[in-house]
Design a protein around this ligand. Structure first.
Ligand SMILES: [Zn+2]
Length: 370
């Protein structure tokens, strides 16, 4: 044990070192993930990037395994004890998934081999195996492996191919077949509805609530989407413009209702708009809407992730999934139930330059074209 601790505790791993490690292990790397088979267990190895918050696992890596059934609590406890000397933590994920987190000082080949061999031995001794059913049709005899919802698992090429191409087609249709006209109308209606809570809070509560302003761009975005607007990058621009138009409408509505309350008259909305600009100087207006503009920008920033998720990003994430596909020869993992049989299989599948892989990868390639 002492020996492992000395060798194990070396240094953190940057992304370049992670990529080198993946290559040395003959894994198939796609962006921050690398895929391979250990013993009879296909796994995803994900690089834990350094984040702003700096978690304990940053610059380490995580191994994700999907089993054929859920490990019981006693087994999980035993597994925790076995990997504890390597500072690796075990958690359960999804219905039958296991996650092994290697902290940064322990993310190296030595620790990886020790932990993976102990883990797979233990799982196998308890009669567990890797998932063998296709996630789409639920039957066995799979012919490919791919990253599906975070786990590297077997599937049928035909099932995945049709699911992915349908997904790509739907996303492309959204880009090509939408209409700007209905989309813009949808964005105006949506942002108007999104502005109602802000109107009520200003009118009745006499206060501007920052988070309510986030509903304006969100309303614009969902309005655009529901009205079948073209889902390309103009979504962002239209959402922002519609939000600012709505801010003007909000300001005019408040002015109009003020006039009604003060004078007791019901003038036309055009009269009050003219009055508004006669009554207020530019600096008055800036002062009046300054805070609202700030909150609106905050709202746009809050909803940014959602707004920028257009058809293009859907296509590119499907292509990333497609790029993880590798051929899988043993549909039944039971057939390779010995380590000796498993090793050559894993080498063949993981070799980055195998011809079979080229054939599988080409149709769906160009993942980062976006
Ligand atoms: Zn299938």
């Amino acid at each position: 044990m002492e020996e492992f601790q000395v060798i194990g505790e070396v240094s953190s791993m940057n992304f370049k070192e992670f990529s080198e490690f993946a290559r040395a292990q003959q894994l198939h790397q796609v962006q921050d993930d690398a895929f391979g088979i250990y013993d009879i267990f296909p796994y995803r190895l994900s690089y834990n990037r350094q984040t702003a918050s700096g978690t304990a696992n940053a610059q380490g890596f995580t191994v994700w395994l999907l089993l054929d059934s859920k490990p019981d609590d006693a087994l999980v406890k035993e597994l925790r004890a076995v990997v504890h000397p390597f500072k690796v933590s075990v958690s359960q994920s999804a219905e039958s998934g296991i996650r092994l987190s290697f902290p940064k000082k322990w993310a190296n080949g030595e620790t990886f081999d020790n932990v993976l061999s102990k883990t797979t031995d233990l799982l196998r001794n308890h009669g567990l195996s890797s998932a063998s059913q296709c996630p789409i049709c639920g039957t066995q005899n799979c012919d490919i492996l791919l990253n599906w919802k975070g786990f590297y698992r077997p599937a049928h090429q035909s099932c995945v191919q049709s699911t992915l191409s349908t997904g790509v087609e739907t996303a492309r249709n959204k880009i090509q077949n939408g209409s700007y006209l209905t989309g813009i109308l949808g964005a105006l209606v949506g942002s108007f509805l999104g502005a109602i809570p802000s109107f009520l809070s200003i009118w009745f509560g006499n206060q501007i609530v920052a988070f309510l302003f986030a509903l304006i761009p969100l309303g614009a975005y969902f309005g655009y989407k529901l009205a079948h607007g073209k889902m390309n990058r103009l979504v962002t621009v239209i959402t922002i413009v519609a939000s600012f138009v709505q801010l003007f409408v909000l300001e005019q509505m408040l002015f109009y209702f003020n006039v009604v309350v003060v004078t007791g008259l019901h003038p036309s909305i055009f009269d009050t708009i003219t009055k508004y600009f006669q009554h207020y100087t530019v600096s008055d207006i800036v002062e009046s809407v300054g805070m609202e503009v700030l909150f609106l920008l905050l709202g746009i920033w809050i909803s940014w992730q959602m707004i920028t998720k257009t058809g293009y990003s859907e296509v590119s994430s499907l292509q990333t999934t497609a790029a993880t596909i590798q051929p899988y020869y043993n549909g039944s993992t039971a057939a390779q139930n010995t380590t000796a049989a498993a090793v050559p299989t894993s080498t063949t599948i993981s070799t980055p330059h195998s011809c079979a892989e080229e054939t599988y990868m080409k149709p769906e390639k160009d993942p980062w074209e976006n």
